[in-house]
Design a binder for this molecule. Structure first.
Ligand code: ATP
Length: 246
């Protein structure tokens, strides 16, 4: 009997979405392999957040399919999935730990020990009992990642997770993403405009523009000799169509 190849962590096929008359995601195909840190790139307004919201089931697609670890039934597929696409919101007067306990109560049961485990995983072990209103932006972002991990997903989607963070905060989130992949075995799908970060962090990359995929592949293969990822990004995204980097 031939061995069956393991299914992709995420397979998106023909995903399409319009707002009014404007098609903002057009017939999009993406493929993320298990264990990838996948960088999802594109100029402002390219359709990245809209795509991630569809994958997470927060908005509907007009057409297309999303399959996660081989599951295409939306309920079954999303059991494997966690993510944050907006700045996470917390109760400011509750501790980080109590916020996670409250959020955990909305889903399947989570052991209290898991909450402490998650707090220490996101380097908030020593601040978990402090009120969230005393947290820095970076700490709130990491608490948001802990929240996304409450259901023990296999695929984690993060929309611009380092946006607005200072260099130390960015490094902590970058290191956390690596730890999640290397030590927790997660597949991570991350959108960002910080191309130097993406180049250092992501094994594979997909670039979209005007809702369409321009290119997808291994980071090392998309970047030509002597080029940076920023050079490659600018080469692939036409300035006339708004190919700018924030
Ligand atoms: P950025 O890098 O700036 O965050 P993005 O690639 O995430 O951009 P989206 O936020 O997905 O892009 O937006 C894609 C297009 O869809 C944009 O033209 C945006 O104005 C439009 N759009 C997004 N959300 C809505 C909405 N709720 N109603 C109408 N248009 C929307």
């Amino acid at each position: 009997m031939s061995e069956q190849a393991s299914p992709p962590a995420l397979q998106v096929a023909g995903l399409t979405r319009s707002y009014g008359r404007k098609q903002v995601v057009r017939d999009l195909d993406l493929r993320v392999e298990p264990g990838d840190i996948y960088g999802f790139l594109g100029p402002n307004g390219a359709g990245k957040t809209t795509t991630m919201r569809m994958i997470l089931g927060l908005i509907r697609s007009d057409s297309g399919t999303v399959s996660i670890f081989g599951e295409s039934d939306p309920v079954a597929a999303r059991r494997h999935l966690g993510g944050i696409v907006e700045s996470p919101r917390f109760y400011p007067y509750l501790s980080g730990r109590d916020n996670l306990r409250v959020l955990a109560a909305y889903g399947p049961p989570v052991a209290p020990s898991r909450i402490d485990e998650l707090l220490s995983l996101v380097s908030l072990g020593d601040r978990g009992r402090d009120q969230v209103k005393t947290y820095s932006l970076g700490m709130k972002q990491r608490l948001g990642i802990a929240q996304a991990l409450l259901t023990s997903p296999k695929l984690l989607m993060l929309d611009e997770p380092v946006n607005g963070l200072d260099p130390a905060g960015m490094k902590q989130v970058r290191d956390l993403i690596r730890t999640l992949r290397d030590e927790e075995g997660l597949t991570v799908f991350v959108s960002s405009h910080l191309l130097r970060d993406v180049e250092a962090l992501c094994d594979r990359i997909g670039i979209i523009q005007d809702g369409r995929k321009i290119i997808e592949g291994r980071t090392a293969e998309l970047v030509e000799d002597g080029e940076t990822l920023e050079d490659a990004f600018l080469r692939h995204t036409a300035p006339a169509a708004g190919g700018q980097i924030r």
